[in-house]
Design a protein around this ligand. Structure first.
Ligand SMILES: Cc1cc2nc3c(=O)[nH]c(=O)nc-3n(C[C@H](O)[C@H](O)[C@H](O)COP(=O)(O)OP(=O)(O)OC[C@H]3O[C@@H](n4cnc5c(N)ncnc54)[C@H](O)[C@@H]3O)c2cc1C
Length: 387
């Protein structure tokens, strides 16, 4: 399918397509149906070096930009897979890279780049406070050379397939800080050590078959040297990584969008009803054409967000807009693809119902569409803050 993506990543796309072709639809379908983790696929991506794309060469990565990383994630979804199983590895390491000490970077990044360690989890969301992140209730209290963690998180993904986790917790009570975003700190948690020693998890079975969990902290002790950045300034460390996260997820939605459109147009050309291909009817053509236009438009915003990020220019507006446009476009393409297939779209063997569910997540996570609109209203249009 023709797209207006720049052509300078053709080699990268070819290499990704060759790797993805080794994991056909049946592979992803089986893991989707059984809610199991596509371990072999993630290992193959790691072994080929793709998961370390954004780690600088001095720490063993490929030193590529967000643009290339986004092409990698797009191709996973365009090839029928779900980058949600592993995308955390791409953006979580940004917190370490941009805010960690040299010692921490030397300790972790080469092992993350080689695949020896996985840093796939980030624990921010809490059950009682949701999107109102600065009110989170998990506390980290300093005791000698340790911090003691108590509290609860929810929807924390990939813990069972990760070695390390980024944790956001409150080190100074909300009542004692001037700005509500102060007093929060970021830690790196060694999951193997933590599990059963103050941290327990409860997996959540969910719509998208995504490995995600409730997490309970009961006096979990973390060495003080595992704090990333300055105590009390953790909220900014997390925020600074969000543009990369949003742009990568936009690229995944773009990949989904093209997957749905390729599948739907092929079917519309083949399926004969009333003695003609259903795709000859404008009632079938127009929703597909409109979905394509919207995926293409979102794609342009995604590449603009990438361009600005890689140039070191602020890309907050573009990353947020790319995420919103791409999530909407992939959802529209999903719905249109399902409709084009009629009853067959509901059969697991067509993979549409699985991809349909998977792409729906991005209306809600990692940030909901409403919260992006409120960001645009307040920070771009200058309207009064609503909350
Ligand atoms: C499968 C899955 C995986 C996830 N993985 C992770 C993870 O790895 N780590 C992590 O930290 N979190 C994770 N999350 C959590 C995710 O980031 C949150 O679900 C998301 O940010 C929304 O928060 P919430 O669910 O608490 O919704 P709430 O904050 O309770 O909001 C509920 C609804 O109300 C709307 N709303 C709330 N306030 C406003 C407002 N002021 N104006 C307009 N609308 C508003 C929201 O848009 C939303 O639609 C995951 C979630 C899912 C479902």
């Amino acid at each position: 399918m023709q797209t207006s993506a720049p052509t300078d990543h053709d080699d990268l796309r070819d290499a990704m397509r060759a790797l993805c072709a080794e994991f056909p639809a049946e592979y992803h379908r089986k893991h989707g149906a059984e809610e199991t983790y596509p371990e072999e696929f993630v290992n193959a991506l790691t072994k080929a070096g793709w998961m370390a794309a954004m780690i600088p060469e001095e720490y063993g990565g490929s030193g590529l930009g967000l643009t290339e990383a986004s092409v990698i994630m797009e191709e996973v979804n365009r090839g029928g897979g779900n980058a949600g199983h592993c995308h955390g590895q791409m953006y979580n390491m940004g917190t370490l890279l941009h805010h960690g000490s040299e010692e921490q970077k030397k300790l972790y990044l080469p092992k993350i780049a080689s695949g020896e360690l996985r840093l796939q989890s980030m624990a921010v969301t809490e059950p009682t406070t949701g999107t109102d992140t600065t009110k989170l209730k998990t506390t980290a209290v300093r005791k000698g050379d340790k911090y003691v963690i108590n509290g609860q998180k929810v929807w924390i993904s990939r813990i069972q397939h990760s070695d390390l986790m980024i944790l956001l917790a409150r080190t100074t009570p909300l009542a004692d800080v001037k700005r509500k975003s102060d007093g929060l700190s970021v830690f790196i948690v060694d999951l193997k050590q933590a599990m059963g020693n103050g941290m327990t998890i409860q997996p959540i079975s969910n719509l998208v078959g995504h490995e995600t969990n409730e997490v309970f902290f009961d006096n979990l002790e973390i060495p003080a040297e595992n704090m990333i950045g300055e105590e009390g300034k953790g909220f900014r460390c997390i925020l600074s990584g969000l543009n990369a996260e949003r742009t990568l997820i936009a690229a995944e939605c773009i990949g989904d969008g093209y997957w749905f459109l390729e599948k739907a147009t092929a079917y519309a050309g083949e399926r004969i009803v009333f003695d003609r291909p259903i795709g000859q009817n404008q009632g079938v053509q127009f929703p597909l054409a409109r979905a394509y236009v919207n995926v293409e438009a979102a794609n342009l915003m995604r590449f603009e967000a990438c361009r600005r990020f890689d140039a070191g220019v602020d890309c907050g507006a573009q990353a947020n807009m790319a995420k919103l446009l791409a999530a909407d476009a992939s959802w529209e393409a999903a719905n249109t693809c399902l409709q084009t297939h009629g009853g067959f779209g509901f059969a697991q063997e067509y993979d549409i119902e699985r991809k349909f569910r998977e792409t729906r997540l991005y209306q809600v996570a990692p940030i909901s569409t409403n919260l992006i609109l409120s960001y645009v209203a307040e920070h771009i249009l200058g309207l009064p803050r609503s909350f």
